[in-house]
Write a protein that binds this ligand. Structure first.
Ligand code: GLY
Ligand code: MN
Ligand code: MN
Length: 456
C-alpha cells in the first residue's frame, strides 16, 4: 500500500505531538480530579478560608533555574506555572452568608511578549480556564486582595502556611523568603484577620500517598535504583567522585527525571563520613569505602537511596564489620515498621530501635560503643519533598512512604557506612520500594564483580 507524503508528514507531526505530550505528562501526571479531591478533603478541616501563593517567577535568579512549583501549592492545585495563588473557602459560619465560590485559582494576566520566550501559560481570561485548571472558578490575580477582604468580613480569620520559624521550625532556607513575604501580604491585605497555620492539615494529608502519587514515587525510586546499580558496576579506584555522580544523573535524566531530588552525595574515604558531602572532587582510592546517597525526582516526587560500596569491589574485614552492623540496624528497624509504629515519640520508636542496635553491636578503636558515630535520624517521610513535612510522632499508617537509613561514620578510621531504603507502610508491615538495589555486602560485591568497574 502506498502512503502519500502528506499523510506520512501528518502522521509524523501527530507522533511528535503525542511524544511531547507523553514527555510533558511524564513529569507531572496526575488527573485534575485528584487535586480537586484534595481541596475538597482539606475544606472539611477548615473553619475559615485558606489562601496560598505559589512560587513566583522571580525567586531563583540563577540562569540554571527551571520553574518548580511550591510543593504545598502544587499538592493542592497541580498548577505548575508561576505567580498563581489559591483560596479554598469552607461553608459560612452560623449566622453568616457566603455567596461566592468555594475554591478559586488566581492567575496573572498573560504576557504575550514574554510567552514568545517562555511558552504559553494559562491565563485567567482564556476560554475554559476553570475547566483546564480543574477549579470551580479561575480569576485574575488582581482580584485576590478584594476577595480576601470580602471573605474576612464573613470569617474574620484566614489559614495559610506560616513561615517555618512561626511553627518552631527552621528559618526559611531558600534565598527567597516565600512564606514570610506571603504572610506579610496577608497581614497588609486583611490587618484585622486572625492568621492561622494551615500547614499541619496539609502536611497530614501529604503524609499518606494516593495511588497516583505512589506510582510517581515508585518510578522515581526505580530510576534511582537503576542509577545505583550502574554505580556499582562502574565503581573502581581511580575514578573521581563526580564521575560516579555524572553517570547516575545521566541514568536519571535518560529515564525522565526532571531534576535530582537533592544534591548528589558521593563521598570516598574520609568524605564517606560527611553526611551531606557534595563537593565530589576527590579521586577514589583503592581500599576506600564510598557512600553514595543519590536520588532523582520524577513527576515532582523524590527518591532517597544510599548504598555504600567498597571502591575495589571487596570490603575489608573492618569495613564489612561496620557494614553488617548498619545492615543489622536497618533490618531491626524495618521489622518494626507497621501501622501504629512511630518515627519519634513514646518510649520505643524507629529511632530508639536503630540506636539501641548500633550501641549494642561492635566497638570503636577505644573499645567504646558505636552510637556516638550515628549522628542523624533513621527515618523521614518521602514525597514531593525529599524530607516530606509532617509530624514524626504521628503513628504510621498504611500508604505512608518513609526512608529507613541508619549509618555509622568513624572519621578516625575513614569509614562511613549508610544504607538507606524507601519503604511503603502496608496494612500488615512494610514493603521496601527500593529492594531491587542490592543491600547485603555479598549482593553489593556480586553486582560490582558483574560490572568489573567497566560498565560504559
Ligand atoms: N539524602 C538526604 C537524606 O538522606 O536525608
Ligand atoms: Mn534520607
Ligand atoms: Mn539520602
Amino acid at each position: 500500500m502506498k502512503i502519500s507524503a502528506a499523510v506520512k508528514r501528518a502522521a509524523l507531526v501527530a507522533c511528535a505531538i503525542a511524544w511531547v505530550a507523553v514527555l510533558a505528562q511524564a513529569r507531572f501526571a496526575q488527573p485534575l480530579a485528584e487535586y480537586q479531591a484534595r481541596r475538597t478533603a482539606l475544606r472539611m478541616h477548615l473553619d475559615a478560608p485558606l489562601v496560598l501563593w505559589g512560587y513566583t517567577s522571580k525567586q531563583d535568579p540563577s540562569e540554571l533555574a527551571i520553574f518548580f512549583q511550591e510543593p504545598n501549592f502544587y499538592y493542592l492545585s497541580g498548577h505548575n506555572e508561576p505567580d498563581a495563588a489559591l483560596m479554598i473557602l469552607p461553608d459560612a459560619p452560623a449566622g453568616k452568608t457566603w455567596n461566592g465560590p468555594h475554591e478559586i485559582l488566581y492567575l496573572p494576566t498573560r504576557n504575550l511578549q514574554q510567552e514568545k520566550w517562555e511558552g504559553a501559560k494559562l491565563g485567567p481570561d482564556d476560554a475554559g480556564a476553570a475547566a483546564k485548571a480543574g477549579f470551580e472558578v479561575v480569576k485574575n490575580a488582581d482580584k485576590f486582595a478584594a476577595d480576601l477582604q470580602a471573605a474576612e468580613k464573613v470569617w474574620s480569620a484566614v489559614y495559610t502556611v506560616l513561615p517555618p520559624k512561626d511553627r518552631g521550625g527552621k528559618v526559611e532556607e531558600a534565598g527567597y523568603p516565600h512564606f514570610t513575604r506571603a504572610n506579610e501580604w496577608i497581614k497588609a491585605t486583611v490587618p484585622n484577620a486572625t492568621i492561622k497555620d494551615g500547614a499541619p492539615a496539609i502536611f497530614a494529608m501529604r503524609q499518606v500517598k494516593s495511588p497516583g502519587e505512589f506510582a510517581l514515587l515508585q518510578k522515581a525510586i526505580d530510576l534511582s535504583v537503576d542509577a545505583h546499580i550502574d554505580a556499582m558496576k562502574t565503581m573502581k579506584p581511580g575514578l573521581f567522585e563526580y564521575q560516579i555522580a555524572a553517570r547516575m544523573k545521566m541514568v536519571h535524566e535518560w529515564g525522565g527525571v526532571a531534576r535530582e531530588a537533592y544534591a548528589p552525595i558521593v563521598g570516598t574515604g574520609l568524605n564517606s563520613t560527611v553526611l551531606h558531602y557534595d563537593v565530589l572532587d576527590q579521586q577514589i582510592q583503592d581500599g576506600d569505602v564510598v557512600v553514595i546517597d543519590v536520588g532523582g525526582e520524577y513527576g515532582g516526587y523524590a527518591a532517597d537511596i544510599t548504598r555504600t560500596l567498597p571502591a575495589n569491589g571487596k570490603f575489608t574485614a573492618r569495613q564489612r564489620e561496620i557494614y553488617d552492623i548498619v545492615l543489622g540496624a536497618q533490618n531491626a528497624t524495618l521489622a518494626a515498621v507497621k501501622p501504629g509504629a512511630k518515627i519519634n515519640g513514646g518510649t520505643e520508636n524507629l529511632n530508639t530501635i536503630s540506636r539501641n542496635y548500633i550501641n549494642t553491636h561492635g566497638k570503636d578503636l577505644e573499645g567504646q560503643p558505636l552510637g556516638k558515630y550515628y549522628i542523624h535520624g533513621v527515618s523521614h517521610h518521602l514525597g514531593l519533598d525529599v524530607h516530606d513535612p509532617g509530624a514524626t510522632d504521628r503513628p504510621l499508617e498504611a500508604g505512608m512512604v518513609i526512608t529507613i537509613e541508619p549509618g555509622i561514620y568513624i572519621p578516625e578510621e575513614k569509614i562511613g557506612v549508610r544504607i538507606e531504603d524507601d519503604v511503603l507502610v502496608t496494612d500488615t508491615g512494610y514493603k521496601i520500594l527500593s529492594e531491587r538495589a542490592p543491600r547485603t555486602a555479598e549482593d553489593v560485591e556480586a553486582v560490582m564483580a558483574s560490572g568489573g568497574g567497566t560498565a560504559r
